[in-house]
Design a protein around this ligand. Sequence first.
Ligand SMILES: Cc1cc2nc3c(=O)[nH]c(=O)nc-3n(C[C@H](O)[C@H](O)[C@H](O)COP(=O)(O)OP(=O)(O)OC[C@H]3O[C@@H](n4cnc5c(N)ncnc54)[C@H](O)[C@@H]3O)c2cc1C
Length: 420
Amino acid sequence: MAQKHTTTVVIGAGHSGLAMSYRLRERGIDHVVLERGQIADSWRHGRWDSLRLLTPNWQAELPGARYSGTDPDGYLTMPEVVDHIVDYARIASAPVVSSTAVERVSAIDGGYRVQTDAGEWHAKTVVAATGACTLPNIPALADGVPAGVRQLSPLDYRSPAMLDDGGVLVVGASASGVQLAEEIALSGRRVVISTGEHVRMPRTYRGHDIFWWMHHAGVLDERYDEVDDIVRARHVPSPQLIGSPERRELHLGTLQDHGVEVVGRLGMIRDGVALFSGGLANVTRLADLKQERLLDRFDEWALQSGRADGIPPHRPEPVTVPAQPRLKLDLVAEGISTIIWATGFTADYSWLDVPVVDRKGRVVHDGGVTEAKGLYVLGTSLLRRRRSTYINGAAQDSDDLAAHLDATLAGDSRAARVPA
Ligand SMILES: Cc1cc2nc3c(=O)[nH]c(=O)nc-3n(C[C@H](O)[C@H](O)[C@H](O)COP(=O)(O)OP(=O)(O)OC[C@H]3O[C@@H](n4cnc5c(N)ncnc54)[C@H](O)[C@@H]3O)c2cc1C
């Protein structure tokens, strides 16, 4: 098969790759977007049926496409997210080549050779927009799970109907873990949720969605190079939130109201027995404390900016957990048929054969700019600012990286020195 040439290969037709395509088109840079499945593939195949975004609709805007629907404060369902991204591909006139999986990217002749399962491309620059949540992050202790217990991640879970009879242990209490624990408990099953450090936030505060506050008070604009410990910040669990029409709260307290048993962090599985930390009350108190600090910050901002809107602060009650939580669960004897590893996600750069990947498989980059000239990553947690973690972050990030890429192509040596 003949090798094809272009200036930039963008890998991945999620919203990040498409936003980059929009920016490249703005700058007149010839490019192609290679997608192993279809546009918005992660949202079609890697999410559960009932999921809605936890970010409000007004935050789903992308470069050149403001939210124009009738429900800016609602939360998109998965089919709506897919439609939104497919519509955006049209708006961006993105040159997407579907059903083309990139198998290897290597440096060649001052550019990159991009090998796919449908031929080869040669490009001066490459943007990896292959997603931050491609693989489940399953801890090594999963090796101790007895053979009869089924193991799932949020990427393969669809609905309670797919579960075998019996109880469910959900490991992890970030957004995915608490949402799945709630849904499965409401289907009538016994659910135990194991939680280590977690992030609690109210859905609404003083009459506004929590994302309204984070947006206006400048939290989402904090830059990656202003954060104290960027590695830690990039791995902070997602907040305990759910997008629902009634804007309901979801945290360890509401889960217990639905009969979910809350236990501490899973430390080990030995002889079929899951062993949990006794520090449940501490991690819960810490989450409440951090929530208070965040809300203090919002109150301060409201006072300074005159945006208090007359609604007084109403602080959420601290969560109460058992003082002496269960420390052991004999999985088979206690009828646990399924474990869901809601222990986070990771990106997959196994196809990247350029020395910018560390021993944990993560791309080393400075706000998306790698050490390899002309190679960029986009769409990962806190890439350039806190909002990079969310759909809305792609607007500014793609602009910054497209500017750097453009300068690199023009041979501007300043582009290589200055982080974009
Ligand atoms: C359960 C869950 C809930 C979330 N909820 C929200 C939310 O409420 N709000 C929010 O803003 N964000 C949310 N996110 C985060 C959001 O999904 C990610 O930020 C987003 O998917 C990243 O978009 P992306 O375009 O960077 O990557 P993706 O949407 O993952 O797109 C990457 C694309 O690259 C393709 N690809 C991957 N590897 C290759 C390859 N080798 N060759 C060719 N193509 C490839 C994939 O098929 C995919 O289409 C959620 C994530 C998860 C997992």
